[in-house]
Design a protein around this ligand. Structure first.
Ligand SMILES: NC(=O)c1ccc[n+]([C@@H]2O[C@H](COP(=O)([O-])OP(=O)(O)OC[C@H]3O[C@@H](n4cnc5c(N)ncnc54)[C@H](OP(=O)(O)O)[C@@H]3O)[C@@H](O)[C@H]2O)c1
Length: 250
């Protein structure tokens, strides 16, 4: 087990991609802070599955759009476990809106959940990592971004530009948190069907990349483990997981 003795905080860990990442980290030996927003029952199930693996789990509800609640999540995790070695910012708002129908509330939601929450949570966690007097890198932060950070979508305008800001935040964090903290991003393409997509719409996305494939949440988890345990010189970077969709223009 490569993460024995480590503590990982995963936001949005009640279900879907965040849950898969949390369980893969637990399988490698990490204790987990299971953050959730509205999905209390699913989060409890995630916590039980982590405990069944022999790891400790702390459940914490927080609205990631709220500066104080996001900061309190970090403080509670540090108070409970005494440290956080790994922070995965996976919670995200994914609300469709084209440019001209976007309201102030839509815009604020995208930026509050996808940028402001990770900004302040990382402020609390990185401060503790940087105060650690041990030798070498003391912590890792991984932001789950989106391929939409690189090319705009007509149907998810606020989401896309908020994810571009999260990628910019990743680079700013790498600059500001070194040398004690490494910060990287993962930019997935189609990984797990959003609830508002039909199966037909979802499968049609195969045509949008040269592999004619879809990704999986487990592949996101594999990249997380690679970034944590692989070459330690990778910092401030983003790994695409999109089947080459970025390079398909027709
Ligand atoms: N699924 C894909 O194919 C795909 C593609 C590209 C990028 N990504 C990125 O990968 C990550 C995980 O994807 P996903 O599909 O699992 O995400 P998701 O289901 O859209 O959202 C993950 C979690 O975010 C939490 N959340 C949303 N608003 C919140 C708020 N205000 N406060 C606290 N938590 C909040 C929700 O937790 P609760 O249910 O507890 O409220 C939700 O379970 C996201 O960052 C996403 O942008 C996913």
């Amino acid at each position: 087990m490569r993460l024995q003795g480590k503590v990982a905080l995963v936001t949005g860990a009640a279900h879907r991609v965040g849950k898969v990442i949390a369980l893969m980290l637990a399988q490698e030996g990490a204790d987990i802070v299971v953050h959730y927003g509205a999905s209390a029952d699913a989060a409890q199930k995630t916590a039980r599955e982590i405990e069944a693996l022999g790891r400790r789990a702390l459940l914490h509800q927080a609205d990631m759009a709220d500066w104080n609640q996001a900061a309190e999540l970090g403080r509670r995790a540090l108070a409970h476990f005494g440290k956080v070695d790994i922070l995965i910012n996976s919670a995200s708002s994914f609300v469709p809106n084209d440019y001209f129908s976007t309201t102030e509330a839509d815009f604020d939601k995208a930026f509050d959940v996808n940028v402001k929450g990770p900004f302040v949570l990382s402020q609390v966690i990185a401060r503790a990592m940087m105060d650690d007097t041990g030798e070498g890198v003391r912590g890792n932060i991984i932001n789950i971004v989106d391929e939409g950070a690189f090319f705009p979508w007509r149907e998810y305008v606020a989401h896309g530009i908020s994810k571009a800001a999260l990628l910019a935040l990743t680079r700013a964090q790498a600059l500001n948190f070194g040398p004690k903290v490494r910060v990287n991003a993962i930019c997935p393409g189609p990984i797990l069907k959003p609830p508002d997509y039909t199966e037909e719409q979802w499968q049609a996305l195969r045509k949008t990349n040269p592999l004619r494939a879809l990704g999986t949440a487990e592949q996101v988890g594999e990249i997380v483990l690679f970034l944590l345990t692989g070459p330690q010189f990778i910092n401030g970077d983003c790994i695409m997981l999109d089947g080459g969709r970025m390079w398909q223009h027709q």
